[in-house]
Design a binder for this molecule. Structure first.
Ligand SMILES: Cc1cc2nc3c(=O)[nH]c(=O)nc-3n(C[C@H](O)[C@H](O)[C@H](O)COP(=O)(O)OP(=O)(O)OC[C@H]3O[C@@H](n4cnc5c(N)ncnc54)[C@H](O)[C@@H]3O)c2cc1C
Length: 467
Protein backbone atom coordinates (compact mmCIF):
# COMPACT_ATOMS: atom_id res chain seq x y z
CA UNK A 1 0.00 0.00 0.00
CA UNK A 2 1.33 3.45 -0.94
CA UNK A 3 2.20 5.58 2.08
CA UNK A 4 0.76 9.07 2.34
CA UNK A 5 2.47 11.93 4.10
CA UNK A 6 0.75 14.76 5.96
CA UNK A 7 1.76 18.37 5.32
CA UNK A 8 4.91 18.25 7.45
CA UNK A 9 6.00 15.00 5.95
CA UNK A 10 4.81 12.50 8.52
CA UNK A 11 4.16 8.95 7.57
CA UNK A 12 0.39 8.62 8.09
CA UNK A 13 0.49 4.85 8.41
CA UNK A 14 3.06 5.06 11.18
CA UNK A 15 0.84 7.63 12.90
CA UNK A 16 -2.13 5.29 12.66
CA UNK A 17 -0.05 2.53 14.25
CA UNK A 18 0.94 4.90 17.05
CA UNK A 19 -2.67 5.95 17.60
CA UNK A 20 -3.98 2.38 17.82
CA UNK A 21 -4.60 1.69 21.49
CA UNK A 22 -2.82 4.88 22.56
CA UNK A 23 -4.06 5.91 26.02
CA UNK A 24 -2.76 9.47 26.06
CA UNK A 25 -3.24 12.18 23.48
CA UNK A 26 -1.61 12.68 20.10
CA UNK A 27 -1.49 16.38 19.26
CA UNK A 28 -0.90 17.62 15.71
CA UNK A 29 -0.47 21.04 14.15
CA UNK A 30 -4.16 21.63 13.57
CA UNK A 31 -5.34 20.47 16.99
CA UNK A 32 -6.80 23.23 19.19
CA UNK A 33 -4.46 22.29 22.06
CA UNK A 34 -1.32 22.34 19.86
CA UNK A 35 -0.30 25.88 20.86
CA UNK A 36 -0.59 25.07 24.55
CA UNK A 37 1.42 21.86 24.34
CA UNK A 38 4.28 23.16 22.21
CA UNK A 39 5.11 25.90 24.73
CA UNK A 40 7.97 25.43 27.15
CA UNK A 41 8.91 27.46 30.20
CA UNK A 42 11.42 29.72 28.41
CA UNK A 43 9.34 32.10 26.27
CA UNK A 44 12.30 32.86 23.99
CA UNK A 45 12.00 29.30 22.60
CA UNK A 46 9.47 29.19 19.77
CA UNK A 47 9.49 25.77 18.10
CA UNK A 48 6.86 23.89 16.14
CA UNK A 49 7.01 20.13 16.42
CA UNK A 50 5.13 18.01 13.89
CA UNK A 51 3.63 15.69 16.51
CA UNK A 52 3.35 15.81 20.28
CA UNK A 53 2.79 12.37 21.80
CA UNK A 54 1.38 12.98 25.27
CA UNK A 55 1.95 9.68 27.01
CA UNK A 56 -0.38 8.28 29.66
CA UNK A 57 1.91 5.44 30.67
CA UNK A 58 4.86 3.20 29.82
CA UNK A 59 3.05 1.53 26.91
CA UNK A 60 2.52 4.93 25.26
CA UNK A 61 6.18 5.82 25.80
CA UNK A 62 7.28 2.57 24.14
CA UNK A 63 4.90 3.18 21.22
CA UNK A 64 6.15 6.76 20.85
CA UNK A 65 9.82 5.71 20.84
CA UNK A 66 9.09 3.07 18.20
CA UNK A 67 7.21 5.67 16.14
CA UNK A 68 10.18 8.03 16.39
CA UNK A 69 12.56 5.28 15.29
CA UNK A 70 10.41 4.17 12.40
CA UNK A 71 9.75 7.65 11.01
CA UNK A 72 13.26 8.98 11.65
CA UNK A 73 11.79 12.15 13.17
CA UNK A 74 14.02 14.23 15.43
CA UNK A 75 12.75 13.33 18.88
CA UNK A 76 12.63 15.51 21.98
CA UNK A 77 11.59 14.28 25.42
CA UNK A 78 9.69 16.52 27.76
CA UNK A 79 9.34 16.20 31.53
CA UNK A 80 8.59 19.54 33.18
CA UNK A 81 9.63 21.63 30.14
CA UNK A 82 12.16 23.70 32.14
CA UNK A 83 15.30 23.09 30.09
CA UNK A 84 16.92 26.54 29.91
CA UNK A 85 17.79 26.15 26.18
CA UNK A 86 14.44 24.48 25.43
CA UNK A 87 15.83 21.05 24.62
CA UNK A 88 12.47 19.38 25.29
CA UNK A 89 10.85 20.79 22.15
CA UNK A 90 11.99 20.73 18.51
CA UNK A 91 10.97 22.04 15.10
CA UNK A 92 9.27 19.59 12.72
CA UNK A 93 9.93 16.57 14.89
CA UNK A 94 8.33 14.47 17.59
CA UNK A 95 7.94 15.54 21.22
CA UNK A 96 7.43 12.67 23.64
CA UNK A 97 5.63 14.57 26.38
CA UNK A 98 5.41 12.92 29.81
CA UNK A 99 3.37 15.64 31.49
CA UNK A 100 0.26 13.47 31.80
CA UNK A 101 2.22 10.97 33.94
CA UNK A 102 1.71 12.59 37.34
CA UNK A 103 1.39 9.63 39.73
CA UNK A 104 3.09 9.83 43.15
CA UNK A 105 2.92 7.16 45.83
CA UNK A 106 4.49 7.59 49.25
CA UNK A 107 5.20 4.42 51.22
CA UNK A 108 5.49 5.82 54.76
CA UNK A 109 6.52 2.50 56.30
CA UNK A 110 9.44 1.93 53.92
CA UNK A 111 10.13 5.67 53.70
CA UNK A 112 10.17 5.68 49.93
CA UNK A 113 8.23 7.45 47.21
CA UNK A 114 7.53 6.44 43.61
CA UNK A 115 7.23 9.32 41.18
CA UNK A 116 6.18 9.31 37.54
CA UNK A 117 8.14 11.29 34.97
CA UNK A 118 5.72 14.19 34.51
CA UNK A 119 5.60 15.18 38.18
CA UNK A 120 6.65 18.71 39.17
CA UNK A 121 8.67 19.48 42.31
CA UNK A 122 5.80 21.17 44.16
CA UNK A 123 3.57 18.14 43.61
CA UNK A 124 6.22 15.86 45.07
CA UNK A 125 6.60 18.11 48.13
CA UNK A 126 2.84 18.23 48.58
CA UNK A 127 2.66 14.44 48.91
CA UNK A 128 5.83 13.83 50.91
CA UNK A 129 5.37 16.71 53.38
CA UNK A 130 2.01 15.18 54.31
CA UNK A 131 4.19 12.56 56.03
CA UNK A 132 6.79 15.07 57.30
CA UNK A 133 9.32 13.88 54.76
CA UNK A 134 10.98 15.18 51.59
CA UNK A 135 13.22 14.40 48.66
CA UNK A 136 15.97 17.04 48.25
CA UNK A 137 15.23 18.83 44.96
CA UNK A 138 15.18 22.28 43.36
CA UNK A 139 14.08 25.73 44.45
CA UNK A 140 11.21 26.44 42.01
CA UNK A 141 8.13 24.27 42.39
CA UNK A 142 7.12 24.11 38.72
CA UNK A 143 10.41 22.45 37.63
CA UNK A 144 10.15 18.84 36.46
CA UNK A 145 11.39 16.06 38.71
CA UNK A 146 12.61 14.09 35.67
CA UNK A 147 15.05 16.51 34.01
CA UNK A 148 16.24 17.86 37.35
CA UNK A 149 16.96 14.39 38.74
CA UNK A 150 18.71 13.09 35.63
CA UNK A 151 21.16 16.01 35.80
CA UNK A 152 21.79 15.68 39.56
CA UNK A 153 19.38 17.99 41.39
CA UNK A 154 20.54 20.81 43.68
CA UNK A 155 18.40 22.76 46.13
CA UNK A 156 17.66 23.88 49.69
CA UNK A 157 18.29 20.46 51.28
CA UNK A 158 21.44 19.60 49.36
CA UNK A 159 23.92 20.24 52.17
CA UNK A 160 21.90 18.10 54.58
CA UNK A 161 20.65 15.31 52.29
CA UNK A 162 22.81 15.62 49.18
CA UNK A 163 21.69 15.87 45.59
CA UNK A 164 18.33 14.54 44.40
CA UNK A 165 20.19 11.57 42.89
CA UNK A 166 21.77 10.78 46.25
CA UNK A 167 18.31 9.67 47.43
CA UNK A 168 17.44 7.85 44.21
CA UNK A 169 16.88 4.09 44.63
CA UNK A 170 15.78 2.98 41.18
CA UNK A 171 14.58 4.24 37.80
CA UNK A 172 12.40 2.60 35.14
CA UNK A 173 13.61 3.41 31.66
CA UNK A 174 12.44 2.92 28.07
CA UNK A 175 15.56 2.58 25.95
CA UNK A 176 16.19 3.72 22.38
CA UNK A 177 15.10 0.23 21.22
CA UNK A 178 11.75 0.69 22.90
CA UNK A 179 12.69 -1.85 25.59
CA UNK A 180 11.70 -1.47 29.24
CA UNK A 181 14.48 -1.84 31.82
CA UNK A 182 14.90 -1.05 35.48
CA UNK A 183 18.10 0.40 36.86
CA UNK A 184 19.28 0.37 40.47
CA UNK A 185 22.40 -0.51 42.46
CA UNK A 186 21.51 -4.19 41.94
CA UNK A 187 20.11 -4.20 38.41
CA UNK A 188 21.78 -2.60 35.36
CA UNK A 189 24.13 -0.82 37.73
CA UNK A 190 26.08 0.79 34.87
CA UNK A 191 22.91 2.43 33.59
CA UNK A 192 21.97 3.52 37.11
CA UNK A 193 25.38 5.18 37.42
CA UNK A 194 24.87 7.05 34.13
CA UNK A 195 21.31 8.13 34.91
CA UNK A 196 22.53 9.89 38.05
CA UNK A 197 23.90 12.97 36.30
CA UNK A 198 24.10 11.89 32.65
CA UNK A 199 20.80 13.57 31.72
CA UNK A 200 18.37 12.15 29.16
CA UNK A 201 21.09 10.45 27.11
CA UNK A 202 20.36 6.83 27.95
CA UNK A 203 16.61 6.52 27.56
CA UNK A 204 13.30 7.86 28.79
CA UNK A 205 12.90 7.59 32.54
CA UNK A 206 9.27 6.75 33.24
CA UNK A 207 9.29 6.25 37.00
CA UNK A 208 11.67 7.15 39.83
CA UNK A 209 11.89 5.64 43.32
CA UNK A 210 13.43 7.84 46.03
CA UNK A 211 14.36 7.33 49.67
CA UNK A 212 12.53 9.73 52.00
CA UNK A 213 14.00 11.62 54.95
CA UNK A 214 12.26 13.57 57.69
CA UNK A 215 12.20 17.32 56.90
CA UNK A 216 10.31 20.05 58.79
CA UNK A 217 7.45 20.50 58.14
CA UNK A 218 8.64 23.75 59.79
CA UNK A 219 12.05 25.06 58.80
CA UNK A 220 13.77 28.37 59.42
CA UNK A 221 14.10 30.21 56.16
CA UNK A 222 13.66 33.23 53.95
CA UNK A 223 15.62 36.25 52.73
CA UNK A 224 17.57 38.93 54.59
CA UNK A 225 18.42 41.89 52.33
CA UNK A 226 20.44 45.08 51.90
CA UNK A 227 20.57 47.77 49.20
CA UNK A 228 22.73 46.53 46.35
CA UNK A 229 25.40 49.16 46.86
CA UNK A 230 26.40 47.12 49.92
CA UNK A 231 26.92 44.01 47.76
CA UNK A 232 30.72 43.85 48.12
CA UNK A 233 30.64 44.31 51.90
CA UNK A 234 27.78 41.86 52.38
CA UNK A 235 29.54 39.21 50.28
CA UNK A 236 32.78 39.64 52.25
CA UNK A 237 30.98 39.33 55.57
CA UNK A 238 28.93 36.40 54.28
CA UNK A 239 32.01 34.55 52.98
CA UNK A 240 33.64 34.62 56.44
CA UNK A 241 30.46 33.89 58.38
CA UNK A 242 29.45 30.92 56.22
CA UNK A 243 32.79 29.10 56.65
CA UNK A 244 31.58 27.35 59.82
CA UNK A 245 28.04 26.62 58.62
CA UNK A 246 26.70 23.19 59.57
CA UNK A 247 25.00 21.04 56.92
CA UNK A 248 21.55 22.04 58.20
CA UNK A 249 22.09 25.41 56.54
CA UNK A 250 21.95 26.14 52.85
CA UNK A 251 22.06 29.68 51.47
CA UNK A 252 21.70 31.48 48.18
CA UNK A 253 22.92 35.02 47.61
CA UNK A 254 20.56 36.71 45.16
CA UNK A 255 21.04 40.07 43.42
CA UNK A 256 17.86 41.49 41.93
CA UNK A 257 15.37 44.32 41.77
CA UNK A 258 13.17 44.29 44.88
CA UNK A 259 9.66 43.14 43.97
CA UNK A 260 6.60 44.84 45.52
CA UNK A 261 6.08 42.22 48.24
CA UNK A 262 4.86 43.08 51.74
CA UNK A 263 8.01 42.00 53.58
CA UNK A 264 10.17 44.52 51.68
CA UNK A 265 9.69 48.18 52.73
CA UNK A 266 7.81 50.03 49.98
CA UNK A 267 10.59 52.61 49.50
CA UNK A 268 12.84 49.76 48.33
CA UNK A 269 10.39 48.41 45.74
CA UNK A 270 11.92 48.69 42.29
CA UNK A 271 15.42 49.32 43.66
CA UNK A 272 18.30 46.90 43.43
CA UNK A 273 19.02 44.72 46.43
CA UNK A 274 21.34 41.94 47.51
CA UNK A 275 19.87 39.27 49.74
CA UNK A 276 20.99 36.14 51.51
CA UNK A 277 18.18 33.60 51.39
CA UNK A 278 18.52 30.80 53.92
CA UNK A 279 17.05 27.40 54.64
CA UNK A 280 17.87 25.91 58.03
CA UNK A 281 16.47 22.38 58.09
CA UNK A 282 17.21 21.39 61.68
CA UNK A 283 16.67 22.47 65.28
CA UNK A 284 15.08 25.93 65.03
CA UNK A 285 16.77 27.42 68.12
CA UNK A 286 20.18 26.35 66.87
CA UNK A 287 19.31 27.92 63.52
CA UNK A 288 18.30 31.23 65.11
CA UNK A 289 21.60 31.27 66.98
CA UNK A 290 23.67 30.58 63.91
CA UNK A 291 21.86 33.16 61.77
CA UNK A 292 22.04 35.95 64.39
CA UNK A 293 25.34 37.51 63.20
CA UNK A 294 24.01 37.73 59.65
CA UNK A 295 20.78 39.42 60.68
CA UNK A 296 22.76 41.87 62.80
CA UNK A 297 25.24 42.72 60.05
CA UNK A 298 25.00 46.30 58.78
CA UNK A 299 21.29 46.86 59.60
CA UNK A 300 19.49 44.80 56.94
CA UNK A 301 16.82 46.67 54.98
CA UNK A 302 14.49 43.69 55.35
CA UNK A 303 14.47 40.36 57.14
CA UNK A 304 11.85 37.79 56.21
CA UNK A 305 13.80 34.85 57.59
CA UNK A 306 11.74 32.99 60.16
CA UNK A 307 10.03 29.71 60.94
CA UNK A 308 7.76 28.67 58.08
CA UNK A 309 6.48 25.53 56.39
CA UNK A 310 9.13 23.93 54.15
CA UNK A 311 6.65 24.11 51.23
CA UNK A 312 6.32 27.89 51.70
CA UNK A 313 10.07 28.31 51.30
CA UNK A 314 10.01 25.98 48.30
CA UNK A 315 7.49 28.26 46.59
CA UNK A 316 9.26 31.51 47.49
CA UNK A 317 10.96 32.00 44.10
CA UNK A 318 8.03 30.82 41.95
CA UNK A 319 6.75 34.34 41.18
CA UNK A 320 10.24 35.39 40.04
CA UNK A 321 10.50 32.70 37.35
CA UNK A 322 7.08 32.40 35.71
CA UNK A 323 6.47 30.55 32.44
CA UNK A 324 6.69 32.54 29.23
CA UNK A 325 9.22 35.26 30.04
CA UNK A 326 12.34 35.38 27.89
CA UNK A 327 15.30 33.90 29.77
CA UNK A 328 18.99 33.60 29.04
CA UNK A 329 21.41 31.98 31.50
CA UNK A 330 25.08 31.19 31.84
CA UNK A 331 26.52 29.34 34.79
CA UNK A 332 29.84 28.35 36.30
CA UNK A 333 31.23 26.52 39.27
CA UNK A 334 33.71 28.68 41.17
CA UNK A 335 36.66 27.71 43.28
CA UNK A 336 36.39 30.43 45.89
CA UNK A 337 34.75 33.68 46.88
CA UNK A 338 38.02 35.56 46.55
CA UNK A 339 38.12 39.35 46.54
CA UNK A 340 38.33 39.17 42.75
CA UNK A 341 35.10 37.16 42.55
CA UNK A 342 33.32 39.40 45.06
CA UNK A 343 34.35 42.58 43.24
CA UNK A 344 33.35 41.15 39.85
CA UNK A 345 29.92 40.14 41.17
CA UNK A 346 29.33 43.53 42.79
CA UNK A 347 30.46 45.40 39.68
CA UNK A 348 28.33 43.45 37.21
CA UNK A 349 25.25 43.12 39.44
CA UNK A 350 25.01 46.90 39.46
CA UNK A 351 24.85 46.87 35.64
CA UNK A 352 21.81 44.61 35.20
CA UNK A 353 19.17 46.47 33.25
CA UNK A 354 16.00 44.41 33.36
CA UNK A 355 13.91 44.67 36.55
CA UNK A 356 13.07 40.95 36.06
CA UNK A 357 16.66 39.73 36.19
CA UNK A 358 17.70 37.88 39.37
CA UNK A 359 20.80 35.74 39.75
CA UNK A 360 21.69 33.33 42.53
CA UNK A 361 25.06 32.30 43.92
CA UNK A 362 24.68 28.82 45.40
CA UNK A 363 26.42 27.56 48.52
CA UNK A 364 27.39 23.96 47.75
CA UNK A 365 29.25 21.35 49.85
CA UNK A 366 27.97 19.47 52.89
CA UNK A 367 26.38 16.09 52.11
CA UNK A 368 27.03 16.49 48.36
CA UNK A 369 30.76 16.32 48.99
CA UNK A 370 30.49 13.16 51.10
CA UNK A 371 29.59 11.02 48.06
CA UNK A 372 32.53 9.85 45.95
CA UNK A 373 33.23 11.76 42.74
CA UNK A 374 33.13 8.54 40.71
CA UNK A 375 30.08 7.02 42.39
CA UNK A 376 27.69 8.81 40.01
CA UNK A 377 27.88 10.51 36.63
CA UNK A 378 27.25 13.88 38.33
CA UNK A 379 30.52 15.77 38.46
CA UNK A 380 31.75 18.44 40.85
CA UNK A 381 31.12 17.03 44.32
CA UNK A 382 33.87 19.23 45.79
CA UNK A 383 32.55 22.43 44.24
CA UNK A 384 32.02 25.15 46.83
CA UNK A 385 30.14 27.76 44.78
CA UNK A 386 27.94 27.77 41.75
CA UNK A 387 26.81 30.96 40.07
CA UNK A 388 23.82 31.04 37.77
CA UNK A 389 23.68 34.35 35.90
CA UNK A 390 20.06 34.64 34.83
CA UNK A 391 18.64 37.32 32.61
CA UNK A 392 14.92 37.75 32.18
CA UNK A 393 12.74 40.13 30.20
CA UNK A 394 8.99 40.16 29.60
CA UNK A 395 9.56 39.51 25.88
CA UNK A 396 11.99 40.40 23.07
CA UNK A 397 12.32 44.04 24.15
CA UNK A 398 15.60 44.52 25.99
CA UNK A 399 16.47 40.81 25.72
CA UNK A 400 19.64 41.22 23.68
CA UNK A 401 21.01 43.89 26.01
CA UNK A 402 20.40 41.65 29.00
CA UNK A 403 21.91 38.63 27.23
CA UNK A 404 25.05 40.64 26.48
CA UNK A 405 25.22 41.60 30.15
CA UNK A 406 25.11 37.89 31.09
CA UNK A 407 27.87 37.05 28.65
CA UNK A 408 30.22 39.80 29.75
CA UNK A 409 29.59 39.06 33.44
CA UNK A 410 30.25 35.35 32.85
CA UNK A 411 33.45 36.09 30.91
CA UNK A 412 34.70 38.41 33.64
CA UNK A 413 34.45 35.49 36.09
CA UNK A 414 36.37 33.13 33.79
CA UNK A 415 39.63 33.25 35.80
CA UNK A 416 37.77 31.53 38.66
CA UNK A 417 35.63 29.04 36.68
CA UNK A 418 36.25 25.38 37.33
CA UNK A 419 33.44 23.40 35.71
CA UNK A 420 29.69 23.73 35.26
CA UNK A 421 26.56 21.92 36.45
CA UNK A 422 25.10 20.18 33.42
CA UNK A 423 21.51 21.25 34.20
CA UNK A 424 22.64 24.89 34.07
CA UNK A 425 24.04 24.71 30.53
CA UNK A 426 22.54 26.44 27.53
CA UNK A 427 23.30 25.06 24.03
CA UNK A 428 27.01 25.56 24.50
CA UNK A 429 28.55 22.75 22.44
CA UNK A 430 30.44 19.54 23.10
CA UNK A 431 33.48 21.10 24.76
CA UNK A 432 31.35 22.59 27.50
CA UNK A 433 29.61 19.25 28.08
CA UNK A 434 33.00 17.55 28.31
CA UNK A 435 34.05 20.27 30.75
CA UNK A 436 30.95 19.59 32.83
CA UNK A 437 31.94 15.93 33.28
CA UNK A 438 35.72 16.10 33.01
CA UNK A 439 37.56 14.13 30.30
CA UNK A 440 37.69 10.72 32.04
CA UNK A 441 34.05 10.64 33.06
CA UNK A 442 32.98 11.96 29.70
CA UNK A 443 34.71 9.01 28.00
CA UNK A 444 33.01 6.59 30.40
CA UNK A 445 29.65 8.20 29.57
CA UNK A 446 30.33 7.93 25.86
CA UNK A 447 30.96 4.21 26.22
CA UNK A 448 27.73 3.82 28.17
CA UNK A 449 25.88 5.77 25.50
CA UNK A 450 27.25 3.38 22.88
CA UNK A 451 25.80 0.47 24.84
CA UNK A 452 22.33 1.94 25.44
CA UNK A 453 21.82 4.34 22.51
CA UNK A 454 24.41 3.57 19.77
CA UNK A 455 22.49 5.58 17.12
CA UNK A 456 22.18 8.64 19.36
CA UNK A 457 18.39 8.59 19.06
CA UNK A 458 18.15 10.64 22.28
CA UNK A 459 20.23 13.61 21.18
CA UNK A 460 18.11 16.66 22.01
CA UNK A 461 19.71 17.04 25.42
CA UNK A 462 23.16 17.92 26.78
CA UNK A 463 24.32 15.35 24.31
CA UNK A 464 27.01 12.76 24.91
CA UNK A 465 27.63 11.14 21.52
CA UNK A 466 28.31 7.39 21.53
CA UNK A 467 32.00 6.57 21.46
C1 LIG B 1 12.89 28.16 36.94
C2 LIG B 1 13.93 27.07 37.03
C3 LIG B 1 14.44 26.72 38.25
C4 LIG B 1 15.40 25.71 38.34
N1 LIG B 1 15.88 25.38 39.58
C5 LIG B 1 16.73 24.36 39.69
C6 LIG B 1 17.17 23.93 40.97
O1 LIG B 1 16.80 24.49 41.99
N2 LIG B 1 18.00 22.87 41.03
C7 LIG B 1 18.44 22.22 39.91
O2 LIG B 1 19.18 21.25 40.05
N3 LIG B 1 18.06 22.61 38.69
C8 LIG B 1 17.21 23.65 38.56
N4 LIG B 1 16.82 24.05 37.32
C9 LIG B 1 17.38 23.40 36.14
C10 LIG B 1 16.61 22.13 35.87
O3 LIG B 1 17.10 21.10 36.68
C11 LIG B 1 16.76 21.72 34.42
O4 LIG B 1 16.30 22.74 33.59
C12 LIG B 1 16.01 20.42 34.15
O5 LIG B 1 16.47 19.89 32.95
C13 LIG B 1 14.52 20.64 34.09
O6 LIG B 1 13.85 19.44 33.99
P1 LIG B 1 12.41 19.39 33.31
O7 LIG B 1 11.96 17.99 33.33
O8 LIG B 1 11.55 20.43 33.90
O9 LIG B 1 12.77 19.91 31.86
P2 LIG B 1 12.56 19.39 30.37
O10 LIG B 1 12.77 20.62 29.55
O11 LIG B 1 11.29 18.66 30.21
O12 LIG B 1 13.73 18.42 30.18
C14 LIG B 1 15.08 18.81 30.33
C15 LIG B 1 16.00 17.78 29.67
O13 LIG B 1 15.80 16.51 30.30
C16 LIG B 1 15.31 15.57 29.36
N5 LIG B 1 14.24 14.80 30.00
C17 LIG B 1 13.16 15.31 30.64
N6 LIG B 1 12.42 14.31 31.14
C18 LIG B 1 13.04 13.17 30.81
C19 LIG B 1 12.76 11.81 31.06
N7 LIG B 1 11.71 11.44 31.75
N8 LIG B 1 13.62 10.88 30.57
C20 LIG B 1 14.70 11.27 29.86
N9 LIG B 1 15.02 12.53 29.60
C21 LIG B 1 14.19 13.48 30.07
C22 LIG B 1 14.80 16.38 28.21
O14 LIG B 1 14.85 15.67 27.02
C23 LIG B 1 15.70 17.58 28.19
O15 LIG B 1 16.89 17.29 27.51
C24 LIG B 1 15.86 25.04 37.19
C25 LIG B 1 15.33 25.40 35.94
C26 LIG B 1 14.39 26.40 35.87
C27 LIG B 1 13.88 26.79 34.53
Amino acid sequence: MARTMNRVGIDERALETLAAGYRGEIVRLDDPSYEEHRQVWNGSIDRHPAVIARCAGVADVIAAVRFGRETGLRTAVRGGGHSFPGQSVCDDGLVIDLSLMRGIRVDPARRTVRVQAGVLLGELDRETQQFGMAVPAGIVTHTGVAGLTLGGGIGWLQRKLGLTIDQLLSVDVVTADGEFVSASAEENADLFWGLRGGGGNFGIATDFEFRLNPVGPTILGGPIGWPMEKSGDVLRFYRDWIKDAPDELMTLVVHRTAPPVPFIPSELHGTKVVMVAACWAGDLDAGEKFLKPLREYSSPAFDACGPKPFVALQGMFDPSFPHGRWYYFRAANLTELSDGVVDTIAEHAAKMKSPLTAFPLWQMGGAIARVGEDDTAYTGRAVEWNININAATEGPEGFEVERDWVRSFWSALEPWHTSVYVNFLMDEGEDRIRQAYGAAKYDRLKALKKKYDPDNFFRLNQNIPPG
